[in-house]
Design a protein around this ligand. Sequence first.
Ligand SMILES: Nc1nc2c(ncn2[C@@H]2O[C@H](COP(=O)(O)OP(=O)(O)O)[C@@H](O)[C@H]2O)c(=O)[nH]1
Ligand SMILES: [Mg+2]
Ligand SMILES: [Zn+2]
Length: 354
Amino acid sequence: MIDIHFEPLQALGLTPAITHRASRLALSAPHLRLARIIETQRDRFVLHDGVVEHSARIGPGLLQPLTAAHQTLTIGDWIAMQLDEYHQAWIVHRVPPSTEIARRAGDGRRQPLASNVDTALLVMGLDTDFNARRMERYMAMVRASDVAPVVVLTKRDIAPDADARIAEMYARLPATVPVLAVNALSAECRTHLGPWVHGGATLVVLGSSGAGKSTLINTLSGADQATGGVRSGDGRGRHTTTARSLHRCPSGGCIIDTPGLRTFRADADARSLAASFEDVQSLGQQCRFRDCRHEGEPGCAVRTHVDPDRLANYQKLLRDAGRGEMTALDRVAQRGKWKAIQRAGSRRAQEKRR
Ligand SMILES: Nc1nc2c(ncn2[C@@H]2O[C@H](COP(=O)(O)OP(=O)(O)O)[C@@H](O)[C@H]2O)c(=O)[nH]1
Ligand SMILES: [Mg+2]
Ligand SMILES: [Zn+2]
């Protein structure tokens, strides 16, 4: 059995679906509590059980199955925790997440960024940070995990070409994607983002370093992230630099801060890419040829209506997704096959010369 206090945990984003999932876990250990990972550090996690925070480690009974399944705990996870006789908190079980945003690392491995998220705020500065292709890549990553994207363009107050760039983003993305342009330092953001930051909702900010993610969270949560009380467990304050953290907003929602992703590949497949580029999909049905590849065929509706750079990016992301679906072993095997073909080729060339 697991202790679940719905009301205090609701301010941390607890939903009826997660409550149901947690209550169905077959757990035999006594004195388990439901809590959420609100901060990740190198070897520790900060949990909130609705009343207090705990500095916790992964219990040995959970570490082994996680490692075997190539999984890691991530910010936003709901977990079952237990306190030992020394008041040390241990994470003993992970509630299967309802959503999990992940990227592909260079070696093809999946890296979770945040879990149990409803909305992703894709934050991009209207200054030199502005890049439509990168925004489409973020969008693909988020759509692949069934999380709703909202584009938040920051620095509206200081970017010289703000209006032209806002217009460019509107023209480029399908009309179904909300695009907001804000000054992240201004309290107006709370009004603009109000519809998404309601009680029980969890949001995450994604974007490059310096885009204004932490600034936006400070404005929405009305708190200074660098300050806070002392938590139980390690007696340290909240001043330690952490990679990822979850913040509560006065409106009842909560929002996860992440560091900038310098280079990343979306963990997306062809199907989820089609959802991100729904405009290409639906226009494609109006092309003259049913198998039109939008590469210069006559009567191509996609080429007529879709921004050429957007179309090129879609095709690039599709190629990347094809690579992403190969496992590391597949890639080694493919490289081996190429080498064999090359060797056979040079052997034939040598034989010809003789
Ligand atoms: N004028 C202005 N400055 C902003 C805005 N958003 C962020 N900044 C500034 O940009 C810098 C980087 O912001 P920060 O939130 O740390 O970016 P992060 O790396 O995405 O978390 C800070 O100096 C912010 O004050 C904005 O909308 N307007
Ligand atoms: Mg930041
Ligand atoms: Zn076409």
